[in-house]
Design a protein around this ligand. Sequence first.
Ligand code: IMP
Length: 192
Amino acid sequence: MRQIIFATHNKHKTEEIQQLVKDKIEIVSLDSLGERKDIPETGDTLKENARQKAAYVYEKYGKDCFADDTGLEVDALGGRPGVYSARYAGEKCSFDDNIDKLLDELEGKTNRKARFRTVICLIENGKEKYFEGECNGVITTERYGKKGFGYDPVFIPDDHGESFAEMSGEDKNKISHRGIATRKLINYLLKK
Ligand code: IMP
């Protein structure tokens, strides 16, 4: 079976992607390689960050790998937090801190439109290839649900009556930014 390294330390994301690839491709996590270091992520765009992470792992391990970067783009905030979604409320902040800051900044705003966007960079035999996915929705005024991670409790995808944090992982994967981008990646890999 083909092996590909997924350049992330995020367990939630590895689990989500594993559900999508099932037994078609073996996804090798950084933790299973014993790689504990935080991978540099200093770009100004999702694409730059995805490339930076994939390139770091490719150069170190010399094996095909991919990395993703995701941002939540909120219309009323001019696209913020975007590429800074993880550190929105400051370095070392929690998911809850980020949600609190987002709800504060959106207090009283009627335009609650937002989207998650994911960019995946695959490096295969030294060549880069990109896959993107997005999911449009609205930011709620309070938290709903306990599942998922990040901004899931305050994001309701369009045409759905519940937040990402109220959905099963499987249902979220069907419509999520990362699910869409990942299926594009998998289709590409399986066609070869
Ligand atoms: P990353 O690039 O995938 O690490 O995502 C950056 C940040 O965006 C994360 O720390 C989360 O706060 C947020 N995020 C990414 N994906 C999701 C998601 O599927 N649901 C909710 N928040 C997410």
